[in-house]
Design a protein around this ligand. Structure first.
Ligand code: CAA
Length: 384
């Protein structure tokens, strides 16, 4: 459902991904949550289906799809496995999109086909141990030496830090210039001096690795700079605009999976001599949750459509991310409640959905940061 009609092509992509996701991705999601095994086999198959380079132009090996098709596909993957979805999201929304938008012809030719095929997985390294919500305060430095830059510093909470093959890294090239002194680099994973540090033991999204990346005199050819010197903060913020629509899509996928699981449970569970789905209190919960998911979906479509029309969509992306990520946390909690004691066990997937959703209000900008972005754009000037 949408305030505009989805095209036949968008509906076809949604239905193809739904079938793949519920058959293939869902089959191993619970096991991966236990073992933390990275879903590389899912991702390879997704590469074959065109899901790892969805918005990459056809001439660089991608599908040339629009953002609406992409968020429909991402929601379907998140429905079955949120850990696979976050890898798909960072890869497509931030890494591929940043190269498409800011890369040189040479960078596009070199990296986009490999990303589209999932031969390499993309990672994005902005956050540092002491610079999360305020990435301008980062310490990682890149010093020019001849035709190379030498990068030193530590990045934290990097999705696919271990399993990624290409990392977009931000680093300070000029300490004095604050955000205008930050640059972005494309760093190949096997570059000497790039070390995978601590791997986080997380509450959710356990099959997606989240790591420190340590740069120790890591020498990068100057041609691997993305954009111009000083463009790094703008590149990161532009990438996060698209990324935040992706987090809305993940939230909607997990919320829909939770609601469907709660409905199934309620239709099977009897108490006081009748199915609990007959109780009006429960039915009202279901109605409220379905309405909230639909509202989030419309915000996501609105931001995605604006992006496709090449309008400025920063505010709408943050609104979609804020609303959808808060919504899925309310919904997973309520759906777990509907499952009663069983919801608190690993016998039902709602327990995993509840844990997976928790980070959605945190990563790619906390809910509080989304409110900063939205209000700054409303007031136009953050000081007034
Ligand atoms: N697009 C393009 N440019 C933008 C922009 C956007 N959306 N937002 C800001 N900018 C530009 C501004 O135009 C300005 O440039 P000029 O000086 O040239 O005009 C510059 O950036 C600085 O803007 P602000 O003064 O508004 O920046 P700020 O320092 O006040 O910070 C902020 C703004 C919104 C708080 C920002 O720091 C922010 O988004 N913080 C959160 C960071 C974040 O989301 N981190 C998540 C980590 S990544 C992750 O989680 C990925 C993962 O692996 C899952």
């Amino acid at each position: 459902m949408a305030f505009f009609k989805l095209t036949d092509e968008q509906l076809m992509i949604q239905s193809m991904v739904r079938e793949f996701s519920r058959k293939v991705v869902a089959a191993t999601a619970a096991e991966r949550d236990k073992t933390k095994e990275f879903p590389i086999d899912n991702l390879k198959q997704m590469g074959e289906l065109g899901l790892m380079g969805m918005m990459i132009p056809v001439e660089y090996g991608g599908e040339g799809a629009d953002t609406i098709s992409y968020v429909l596909a991402l929601s379907e993957i998140a429905y079955s496995c949120a850990a696979t979805a976050v890898v798909m999201s960072v890869h497509n929304s931030i890494v591929c999109e940043s190269i498409i938008k800011f890369g040189t012809e040479q960078q596009k030719k070199k990296y986009l086909p490999q990303l589209a095929d999932a031969k390499i997985i993309g990672a994005f390294a902005l956050t540092e141990p002491h610079a999360g919500s305020d990435p301008v305060d980062q310490n990682t430095s890149a010093v020019k030496q001849g035709d190379h830059y030498v990068i030193n510093g530590t990045k934290r909470f990097i999705t696919s830090g271990k399993n990624g093959g290409l990392v977009i890294v931000t680093a300070k090239t000029d300490e004095e210039k604050k955000h205008k002194g930050i640059s972005a680099f494309l760093v190949e994973k096997d570059t000497p001096g790039l070390i995978v540090g601590n791997i986080e033991d997380k509450m959710g999204l356990r099959a997606s690795d989240t790591t420190d990346l340590i740069f120790e005199n890591c020498r990068i050819p100057a041609e691997n700079m993305l954009g111009n010197e000083g463009d790094g903060f703008k590149i990161a913020m532009t990438g996060l605009d698209g990324g935040r629509i992706g987090i809305a899509a993940q939230s909607i996928g997990v919320a829909q999976a939770s609601l469907d699981a709660a409905i199934k449970y309620a239709k099977g569970r009897e108490q006081f001599g009748q199915k609990i789905s007959k109780f009006q209190g429960l039915r009202w919960y279901i109605a409220e949750m379905a309405t909230e998911i639909e509202a989030a979906r419309q915000l996501m479509f609105s931001a995605a459509a604006m992006k496709d029309r090449k309008e400025k969509y920063t505010t709408q992306a943050s609104m979609a991310k804020l609303f959808a990520s808060e919504m899925v946390n309310r919904i997973t909690g309520r759906c777990l409640q509907i499952h009663g004691g069983y919801g608190f066990t690993k016998d039902y997937p709602i327990e995993r959905f509840y844990r997976d959703a928790r980070v959605f209000t945190i990563y790619e900008g906390t809910s509080e940061i989304q409110k900063v972005v939205i209000s700054n754009n409303i007031f136009k000037d953050k000081r007034k």
